[in-house]
Design a protein around this ligand. Structure first.
Ligand code: CO
Ligand code: ZN
Length: 325
């Protein structure tokens, strides 16, 4: 079970370069499913039914960095692709296409208000010419972060949102009879503005949209108070900084969890959003909500999720997909 998740997390697919993920998804869906790919590169799996159109979305892309400038001595300056904090970036390893690795470092790590612009990537190049060959301007890299099992949890880079992709793939394998007209969408470019979810929803025109993505946990020693706990079950979104979940979608998720004895908790996230907020305001609007995966250390190379939570979330997605509404 963790093998599939491990494979998903170790694929390198920054926003806009999701090709490896597309190939992987195509190879891991039920043979009878109908697959479409749209102009942006979303993978849309359709399981047809006569009932309501229900769209589930998990994003294939991950955060990364892009080379902006090459110094004379061969160090690379870079910018972020998606939400990259200085704390998570400093002294992380990144990998570029072709397997070229680098270390994000800085001349003075004690500097106050350290910014990404103060940092550079050391790829071991001897000069500008060599560095430009290995990682030309515009090259995108992703963070290196091995997959490990820690207690009942797993840790890796890109659990945001390969954990969501894993949930959709597992649910697809388990789905039984369903009245709903189901769309399982593996979206592109979520991290830079929910691009794929918007175009996919425009094309599908779902009656209801549900994103499956990670959310923060409030169970650290200090930091902002938040009710979501690792191991506390599926986090049903009430709101985040991009949307208020549609009350009917929220109720559908809560009732389905109760009927099936699936552990759940409510999520109110003050910073961040998901594909659901893109789906919600596409065309003339779609009732949307989200099932969130509690995750510690989001947007770092050591994101941490609970396998038990993932199991609960697979069950909830499957049960909602099968439920006639
Ligand atoms: Co993210
Ligand atoms: Zn995400």
């Amino acid at each position: 079970m963790t093998e599939l998740l491990k494979q998903l997390t170790q694929i390198n697919a920054p926003s806009g370069q999701e090709e490896e993920m597309r190939q992987f998804i195509r190879a891991h869906i039920p043979p009878t499913a109908e697959i479409k790919e749209d102009a942006l590169g979303n993978i849309i799996i359709h399981l047809s039914g006569h009932g309501k159109k229900m769209m589930f979305a998990a994003h294939m892309d991950e955060i990364g960095i892009m080379v902006t400038y090459v110094e004379d001595n061969g160090y690379l300056r870079f910018t972020n692709v998606g939400g990259v904090s200085t704390a998570n970036a400093l002294h992380s390893k990144v990998v570029f296409p072709g397997g070229i690795k680098g270390i994000i470092t800085t001349g003075d790590s004690k500097k106050k208000d350290l910014k990404l612009a103060d940092m550079y990537i050391d790829i071991g190049a001897k000069d500008k010419e060599e560095a430009e060959k290995l990682a030309p301007i515009g090259t995108t890299g992703v963070f290196c972060g091995a997959f490990d099992e820690i207690g009942g949890c797993v840790s890796s880079k890109a659990l945001d949102d390969r954990a969501g992709c894993y949930v959709l793939l597992e649910a697809l394998q388990q789905i039984g009879n369903h009245e709903n007209d189901l769309y399982f969408v593996f979206t592109v470019q979520e991290e830079i503005g929910l691009k794929g979810a918007k175009t996919a929803a425009y094309g599908i025109e779902p009656d209801i949209g549900i994103a499956v993505d990670v959310t923060m946990c409030g169970d650290g020693i200090d930091g902002e108070k938040m009710a979501v706990k690792l191991g506390g079950g599926a986090a049903i979104k009430v709101r985040d900084s991009g949307m208020i979940a549609h009350p009917a979608v929220r109720s559908l998720l809560v009732e389905t969890a109760r009927e099936n004895d699936i552990p759940f908790q409510f999520e109110v996230l003050s910073g961040g959003t998901t594909d659901a907020s893109g789906i919600q305001i596409t065309k003339s609007g779609t009732p949307a909500g989200a099932v969130s995966i509690p995750c510690r250390y989001i947007h770092s190379a050591v994101e941490l999720v609970s396998m038990e939570d993932l199991h609960s979330i697979v069950q909830l997605v499957r049960a909602v997909a099968e439920k006639t509404i």
